[in-house]
Each structure stands twice: as structure tokens, then as C-alpha cells.
Design a protein around this ligand. Structure first.
Ligand SMILES: Nc1ncnc2c1ncn2[C@@H]1O[C@H](COP(=O)(O)OP(=O)(O)O)[C@@H](O)[C@H]1O
Ligand SMILES: [Mg+2]
Length: 422
């Protein structure tokens, strides 16, 4: 089979790396890819947003399956467009992807189907939102409705901060049309867990859990980022009891909700969960693989990812199963100094050629310059290791991080540490 992966980050590098191991795969392409991906797949210089060019490429190359990585492509209806052109594609259609691209839509879905989530109100008028804020106890969480590159969520400690957030989102349109509506919700206390499950419309296949580290600095300090590292499994947090609660209260109800609403959801579902003293609460639904969760999950997946994706598309998830390595995996993100603010690019990366076989480095923001790897984005590399236990996996990942050099590299030193605490 000929495969096209759409996207160019660490998630897509992990997808390409894993799909390439499938005995069914004869050729693999990635648009636009990155320097690491180009070592495994043929890079195709077409942007994620150029749907027409992607469809033309898939037709010309007789691509058998296209796998879509990023949320914005799904929100823009890439799956519908491929299908309308008779092409096979992995990911939810545009209507279903609204579960990620509209937080108002997702909250309504959760309320309708009894999926536990923070209490909330949605607003189309800033004046009404501002009035509502007066009567609340703080902190509260203000969320732009649409996709905002992970920056559209503000935790407001006071009514003034909430008012400022509403003003910036709805009146100044800081995030463009994503701010036509806002959700204002209850602040939840707890630890976050990333859940992944393939959904074929009627069945789901749950992956192991993972934990992300969203903040830029150690000890969960500093601004939010795209994710500074992950580990899996989060055994301390995701107990068998909690997993059961998530199956019953989130995934079973999600499937029942699809049926009740007549919605066809086929693809990866990645709910962000807050584990509270009152049980799991869904913070949001993501309609695609997480980044950098995918790096640790696929490192632990035994067997053929392609077979799982095909079963998802064909509604046969009840006929397949997935096996997982028992060893934990840790992914430490090496970012450009300054990220998530501004940062330079084009800095040479050294040390990638001397790593042990136990290490997989997934590239995120890299490109080739005269056959040398240089930095090309905020998140640069995801250094991923397996270990006999979590502390060995961390040790192994950090040893590799120490061997990889680029000017002003920034990484957290505590990825996975919360998995070790008693
Ligand atoms: N109700 C809430 N209570 C506490 N923290 C929250 C709440 N909602 C979101 N957050 C925090 O904000 C982050 C981003 O929110 P999320 O809903 O996942 O939006 P997005 O990923 O689209 O930016 C979460 O990972 C979490 O840390
Ligand atoms: Mg999120």
C-alpha cells in the first residue's frame, strides 16, 4: 500500500516511523514533512492547507490511504474533500471534527449525553458574558470557541482578568473568528491525563494513557506550550478504577451520543481529562493524535498501526486488538530558546548520529541545510526512550538529550517526574 501522511511535526514523524514498519506498506510520503521524516519518507512540498494540491498528488501517485495529523486540516474538511474525490482517508469528517474545532459544540454534546465536564455557559454577546462574570467565584476559565493554537484558554483569577480575556477574545478578536463565541467554565482542580481511543462510529479501542507537560518550565511553571514532554503509562494517576470510570462515563457515553445525534465519527479521539476528587472530567475533545503523546504511545505499540487505522475506517474495531510493550516510554521535547515566545531558527543541531538504539528522536521543527540538520521551529525534537521502569526510561532519554546540542536549547528536566512521586 502507498501511504500519504499529512503534517510535519513530531506526531507525524512518529506516525511515519510506525506505519513504515507495517508489512503492508510499500511506499510512504509525507506532506510537508520535516528533515527527520525525510529520512524515512518522500517529502512532498505541499502545505497542510492546500487541500486541492494534496488530492491531486494522492490521485497522481495512486495513494491507497491518507492519514491526517493536524486539527486545522480536519476542521477545514480535508477528510470530506478526499472522500468526495473517491480517496481513502483516516480522520473524522468536518461535522464530527467540530468536537475539537468548537468548544461550544463539544460542551453541548457532553451536556446532552451526560459526559462529565466542568459546569459552563456559552455566550455570543460579550456584554452578556461580562455580566455573567460578575456573579462568579474565582478562578474561572474563559475559552475562545474555536481553534487558537492552544492559546485561547485563559484562567482568570479575578473578575477583572475575566473581563479582559472576554474583551480580547470577543471584541479585539485576538484569535480571529475563533472568538465569535466564548465558553466560561468552572475551574477544576486536579491532575491532567491524555486519553486516546480509536473510534469507528460504533466501537472504540482504548490506548494506554499518557501525561503531557504543557507548561514551559520545570514544576509546571511558566506559559503554556504545545507540550514539553510526555510519558506513558501514567500508572500512579490512571488506576484501573479510573480507567473503568473513563470507559463508562466518557467513552461509552460518547459512542451512545454519536448514535443519538446521528454523527459519524471515525478516527482518533483524544479527550483531555482532569482527574478531580469528584472523578474524571473532560476538559476538551481533540479529534486527532496528540503531540507529543503519539511519540510515546507508538513507541509502546506492538504490531501493525496500519491494521488499526484500516479497522477504524471500515467499522471493524471490535475485530482487532492492540498489544503494548509493558516498558514505560518517556519523550523529552527539546525546544528553541525563547519558545513559546519568539526564537531564532537555522541553528545547527549536533549529536544526532551518536545515539544508542534504545533512543528514537522524532523531529518536529527541523530542516536540512547542505545535508545538515538545523532548527526550524519552536519545538525542535522529541527525544524518546523506553526503559525497564519509568526512572530508567527517563535516565535514558535525558542521557540522549545531554548528547544533542544546539545553541540555547530549552527543555524541561522533570518530564515524567510526577509519575515517580509517591
Ligand atoms: N475547567 C478547567 N479547569 C482548570 N484548568 C483548565 C480548565 N479548562 C482548561 N484548563 C487548562 O487549560 C489547558 C487548555 O485547555 P483546553 O480546554 O485543553 O484547550 P486547548 O487545548 O484547546 O487550548 C488545559 O490543558 C488545562 O491545563
Ligand atoms: Mg488541550
Amino acid at each position: 500500500m502507498k501511504i500519504l501522511v499529512v503534517g510535519g511535526g513530531g506526531r507525524e514523524h512518529a506516525l511515519v516511523w510506525k506505519l513504515k514498519q507495517s508489512p503492508h506498506v510499500t511506499a510512504i510520503f509525507c506532506a510537508p514533512g520535516n528533515a527527520g521524516i525525510s529520512q524515512l519518507a518522500t517529502s512532498v512540498p505541499i502545505k497542510v492547507s492546500e487541500q486541492k494540491a494534496l488530492v491531486e498528488f494522492a490521485k497522481a501517485q495512486n495513494i491507497d490511504l491518507t492519514v491526517v495529523g493536524p486539527d486545522d486540516a480536519l476542521a477545514a474538511g480535508i477528510v470530506d474533500f478526499f472522500q468526495a474525490n473517491g480517496l481513502r482517508v483516516f480522520g473524522p469528517n468536518q461535522a464530527a471534527a467540530q468536537l475539537e474545532s468548537s468548544k461550544v459544540f463539544a460542551k453541548d454534546f457532553m451536556k446532552r449525553h451526560g459526559i462529565p465536564t466542568a459546569r459552563s455557559q456559552s455566550f455570543e454577546e460579550s456584554a452578556e458574558a461580562l455580566r455573567y462574570c460578575q456573579g462568579l467565584s474565582y478562578p474561572v476559565v474563559v475559552k475562545a470557541d474555536g481553534l487558537a493554537l492552544g492559546k485561547g484558554v485563559i484562567i482568570a483569577e479575578t473578575v477583572e482578568e475575566a473581563a479582559l480575556a472576554i474583551h480580547e477574545i470577543m471584541e479585539l478578536r485576538k484569535f480571529g473568528d475563533a472568538g465569535r463565541r466564548v465558553v466560561i467554565e468552572e475551574f477544576l482542580l486536579g491532575e491532567e491525563c491524555s486519553i486516546h481511543a480509536l473510534v469507528d462510529g460504533k466501537n472504540y479501542l482504548l490506548f494506554p494513557g499518557a501525561q503531557d507537560h504543557k507548561r514551559a518550565f520545570d514544576g509546571d511553571q511558566g506559559p503554556n506550550t504545545g507540550g514539553m514532554g510526555t510519558f506513558s503509562p501514567p500508572s500512579k494517576l490512571l488506576t484501573p478504577e479510573l480507567e473503568n470510570a473513563i470507559r463508562e462515563q466518557v467513552l461509552d457515553r460518547f459512542i451512545a451520543g454519536l448514535r443519538a445525534d446521528g454523527m459519524d465519527y471515525r478516527g482518533m479521539l483524544f479527550p483531555g481529562i482532569m482527574v478531580t476528587s469528584d472523578g474524571p472530567k473532560v476538559l476538551e475533545f481533540n479529534c486527532r493524535f496528540g503531540d507529543p503523546e503519539t511519540q510515546v504511545l507508538l513507541t509502546r505499540l506492538k504490531g501493525d498501526l496500519l491494521e488499526l487505522l484500516e479497522a477504524t475506517i471500515d467499522g471493524r474495531l471490535h475485530e482487532v486488538s492492540a498489544e503494548w510493550r509493558p516498558e514505560p516510554a518517556v519523550c523529552v521535547v527539546m525546544a528553541s530558546g525563547g519558545y513559546p515566545g519568539s526564537y531564532p531558527t537555522g541553528l545547527p543541531i549536533a549529536g544526532l548520529d551518536v545515539l544508542s538504539d534504545a533512543i528514537t528522536v522524532f523531529h518536529a521543527g527541523t530542516r536540512l541545510e547542505d545535508e545538515h540538520f538545523v532548527t526550524a521551529g519552536g519545538r525542535v525534537l522529541g527525544v524518546t526512550a523506553l526503559g525497564a521502569d519509568l526512572s530508567q526510561a527517563r535516565g535514558c532519554a535525558y542521557e540522549a538529550v545531554a548528547a544533542i546540542k544546539f545553541e540555547n536549547a530549552h527543555f524541561r528536566r522533570d518530564i515524567g517526574a510526577k509519575g515517580l512521586k509517591v
